[in-house]
Design a protein around this ligand. Structure first.
Ligand code: ADP
Ligand code: 5GP
Length: 186
């Protein structure tokens, strides 16, 4: 299965995904390619394959992505076909952390093998507060991220599951329950 987790930036998706990965050693995180700057604490090859725009564009030309998007400050993010297909061919479950449009593209590509999960924040203002608290972007960059909020929330109906991330532990438990439901089927 492919568990695709999406949400407007700042909703808490990465926090929830990391907690799930800690508790599910059999699930592989799909490491995307990205052109944004590496944040402190991030590891190349674990969080993203960080690369230049030139390197990314070469991969587009070589048709190496299942999907890619240019988001926020003109940074590119893309799901690597080989990475995901290798996991799927080995029978492994994969967790993907993608923007909303990327999630819908993966669903088109993999069909029912992909389960789309939307992490819903309590409100736009809460997202802003969380991004300010995270301190990884400037106020201008935060505004750019927030400007996508309405577009992303508008796609919520196309997702298989919606998890409200108000209380963090409740949201983690809910995602774990969804994963367990699919695992128990096999
Ligand atoms: P995303 O990956 O969706 O952009 P993050 O996981 O980086 O979001 O979370 C954004 C910030 O909000 C982080 O500082 C994180 O610690 C915090 N956060 C996440 N979930 C909650 C929650 N339920 N309550 C309060 N703060 C949260
Ligand atoms: P961040 O810069 O905060 O790590 O991620 C920004 C956004 O890009 C998040 O919504 C994240 O889910 C999304 N993202 C990460 N990797 C990919 C990818 O490969 N494809 C797409 N479409 N979005 C991605």
């Amino acid at each position: 299965m492919l568990f695709v987790v999406s949400a407007p930036s700042g909703s808490g998706k990465t926090t929830i995904v990391n907690e799930i990965l800690k508790n599910n050693e059999d699930i592989i995180f799909s490491v995307s390619a990205a052109t944004r700057k590496i944040r402190s604490g991030e590891i190349h090859g674990k969080d993203y394959f960080f690369m230049t725009v030139g390197e990314f564009k070469k991969k587009i030309e070589n048709n190496e992505f299942i999907e890619y998007e240019k988001i926020f400050d003109g940074n590119y993010y893309g799901t690597l076909k080989k990475f995901v297909d290798d996991c799927v061919n080995q029978g492994k479950d994969v967790l993907l952390d993608l923007d909303v449009l990327g999630a819908l593209s993966v669903k088109k590509y993999y069909g029912n093998q992909a389960v789309l999960i939307f992490i819903k924040p309590p409100a736009r203002d809460v997202v802003k507060q969380r991004l300010l608290k995270r301190k990884t972007e400037s106020p201008e960059q935060i505004e750019k991220r927030l400007s996508r909020f309405d577009i992303e929330m508008a796609k919520i109906k196309e997702f298989n599951y919606i998890i409200l991330n108000d209380n963090l532990q409740d949201a983690i438990d809910e995602l774990q329950k969804i994963i367990n439901k699919y695992k128990n089927k096999n």
